[in-house]
Design a protein. Sequence first.
Length: 274
Amino acid sequence: GEALAVSARVAPLGSRLVLLLVEDLTEARRIEAVRRDFVANVSHELKTPVGALSLLSEAVMDASDDPEAVERFAGRMQIEATRLTNLVQELIDLSRVQNDDPLEDAEPVRVDELVAEAVDRCRQQAGSKQITMASGGTSDLFVWGNRGQLAAALGNLVENAVNYSPARTRVGIAVHRMAASGGDLVEIAVTDQGFGIPEKDRERVFERFYRVDPARSRATGGTGLGLAIVKHVAASHGGEVTVWSSEGQGSTFTLRLPESGVARGRTRGPRIVN
Ligand code: ADP
């Protein structure tokens, strides 16, 4: 309605401009809808653990003369409280990567260190499922960016690989340099032998709160925000994240980031010149 009215008024200015205006309005509407959905999703995601905590605390009070039941309910309260903490932390992380300019305190970051950190972060979880983790490829490469954000991004990919794989499988991290028109890129590929992602969900997994299997995501303590964070970090660093997957066989998430040539004596990014 509104868009059409506008287009009728400016029609004499030429169809190209009209098209741009209509596109602008549609885009504005889309952004507004996405924002509304996000608020609704956050409310729902917060309500679930809070509701559970409230019911469980009532159950604890009712069971005060049954120490075993009290212990059981208290255990479940702890799980819900952890879920709530994770969710709030990931919301803070997401808002940071969306609002802060990562390149403000960018530095050359050694990829080997990012990989080692990500592996360390998942070691316990992988160990309990007897998942082996291996890394390989080119060493001594550097990327240019915000250390904390890059560590969070790669950590999320490796964590997902472990979470969405059955026991006794393998998670591999391969690092390579590749030439691109705007300068060299570093490619970090995380491959698992997990459940895979159905084709229809493949693009959507990067959306906030989108989960292929909500029950499985919750069981692993997932918030549905991890890949949205990865996508933001990749884009704000001038890179990208892509997914390849085959259902039942596994997935590869590839993070491509601009190389920082510090190892070869050159630096990319803003430099102060007097
Ligand atoms: P979550 O907190 O649920 O893991 P993410 O944003 O990290 O949220 O991922 C979104 C969804 O994408 C997950 O719930 C899962 O369904 C799917 N997914 C992510 N990584 C993988 C993977 N390596 N293998 C299979 N499915 C995955």
